[in-house]
Design a protein around this ligand. Structure first.
Ligand code: GRF
Length: 209
């Protein structure tokens, strides 16, 4: 059984997509062992408790020392013997102690086609606003392994969606979530669970079935 530790900060729709794909059998052999939110009021915590998933808020406000924050995360996930950390809209930054503890076992979903519209400050609605401002014709989402730099690390999957002339940042965000994020994040977890992801330098090779 692949035990997932999911980290959230907001509505939790990506967490919900993972839960739904487990329940549908698409992610058989996976389970969400624990959820950590960086924010106490995140609706993602409601979703976790509705599904009986242990969850907690571990906020930087309570752990101002970076190393202490990392230790709090490591301690909590250690209780559940987590195999893979999934950042599903997690907005706080942890340090190298956490990254080293889960080396090559942390993946993140970003709401743009990295290296476009990514990096510090590019989260939530911002990548979609910037995509509209720039006038790109396609955008999308990226799942990648996490390294210390924001939105860096070898790319696992990407999926493009069209930008429509009458899009607002909100309509574009909804399309990216529905058509890209909620598909490729579970798909990346499935590939990882099947041992089909090989990191080769900056790249990820997917072993065909
Ligand atoms: C998503 O757009 C995700 O790509 C970004 O933050 C948002 C999280 O949404 N990292 P949710 O909490 O999964 O609904």
């Amino acid at each position: 059984m692949l035990k997932l530790g999911v980290m959230v900060s907001g509505g939790g729709t990506n967490l919900q997509a993972i839960i739904d794909k487990i329940n549908s059998g698409y992610l058989e052999g996976c389970t969400v062992a624990a959820v950590v939110s960086s924010r106490p009021g995140a609706y993602a915590l409601e979703r976790a408790s509705k599904h009986g998933i242990p969850s907690v808020c571990i906020s930087k406000k309570d752990h101002t020392e970076p190393k202490e924050y990392d230790m709090a995360l490591i301690e909590y996930f250690g209780k559940f013997d987590v195999d893979l950390i999934v950042l599903a809209g997690f907005l706080s930054m942890f340090g190298e102690d956490f990254i080293n503890r889960y080396s090559n076992r942390i993946i993140n979903i970003h709401p743009a086609l990295i290296p476009s519209f990514c990096g510090k400050g590019f989260y939530g609605i911002v990548p979609h606003q910037k995509a509209l401002e720039y006038g790109v014709k396609i955008t999308g989402a990226t799942v990648h392994f996490v390294e210390l730099e924001y939105d860096s690390g070898p790319i696992i999957l990407q999926k493009a969606v069209p930008v429509l002339d009458d899009d607002t940042a909100e309509t574009l965000q909804k399309r990216v979530m529905e058509q890209a994020e909620w598909e490729i994040l579970p798909e990346a977890i499935k590939l990882y669970a099947e041992g089909r992801l090989v990191i080769e330098g900056r790249k990820v090779r997917i072993i065909e079935k």
